[in-house]
Ligand binder design. Structure first.
Ligand code: ADP
Ligand code: MG
Ligand code: MG
Length: 215
């Protein structure tokens, strides 16, 4: 059963790869407004490597657990993406994987803990605060909405879909902010009126994960 769940982790990573590929150019263009334009290619490199590592791990003899698949994916993502967002995504993947561990089944509580670990890893490593105009501005509202829905008895899939909507609204709302962290800071005025690329990519990814798990 653990190895079967590991295969579900592989298809989830593959769904993330699909959505990043579909939006690669748009994410690069968004990052070019006030950053260095590499958010699309960086996310693409990271998720391609993560996807390959996940597949390789799951096809090892005897299969692999969710934790093993997602840890391999996170390590590859950090290593190959380059850039700030790659290090953050990779580290957060590993933190979520560690929280999920190697079990035969998962509860809503496990999903809440994993999302909490993902968000904590991003803020611990990146040290961005809410309002700094980073992916944190999409991740924390996502986490809070997801956990609140689960606490009120909503299923994981429905909680994920609802939290993804909240996250995308929060990502769009970063348009009004001036960047206080990361490369976009020196070009703060140019960034006004445009959303943060890392917040947008996070919103797109969780939206796709919700659709993926609904199928
Ligand atoms: P780089 O900035 O190194 O070129 P990317 O373009 O791939 O890397 O990613 C930029 C995104 O990374 C930003 O839009 C922002 O969301 C996120 N980011 C940058 N610095 C931080 C930080 N300290 N904490 C959280 N997210 C950050
Ligand atoms: Mg960049
Ligand atoms: Mg860069």
């Amino acid at each position: 059963a653990a190895a079967e769940l590991g295969l579900h982790a592989v298809t989830a990573v593959s769904a993330i790869r699909d959505v990043v590929m579909e939006h690669e150019e748009a994410l690069g263009n968004l990052d070019a407004i006030a950053g260095d334009g590499d958010h699309g290619i960086g996310m693409r490199r990271g998720v391609d490597a993560a996807n390959a590592a996940a597949q390789k791990t799951a096809t090892l003899e005897g299969g692999a657990s969710v934790a093993a698949v997602l840890t391999a994916a996170g390590e590859a993502w950090s290593e190959k993406a380059g850039g700030t967002s790659g290090a953050l995504w990779g580290t957060a993947f590993i933190a979520a994987a560690t929280a999920l561990g190697n079990r035969d089944s998962y509860s809503s509580k496990d999903a809440a803990v994993a999302v909490g670990a993902f968000a904590d890893a991003i803020t611990t490593l990146g040290k961005a605060e809410p309002g700094d105009k980073t992916m944190v501005d999409a991740i924390l509202p996502f986490r809070d909405a997801f956990i609140a829905s689960l606490d009120s008895g909503t299923s994981v899939v429905e909680a994920l879909k609802g939290a993804a909507v909240v996250s995308q609204e929060a990502a769009n709302a970063t348009s009004a902010l001036r960047p206080l962290k990361g490369r976009a800071r020196p070009l703060a005025e140019k960034s006004l009126g445009h959303p943060d690329p890392g917040a947008i990519s996070f919103g797109l990814i969780v939206e796709r994960l919700g659709q993926h798990l609904d199928n």
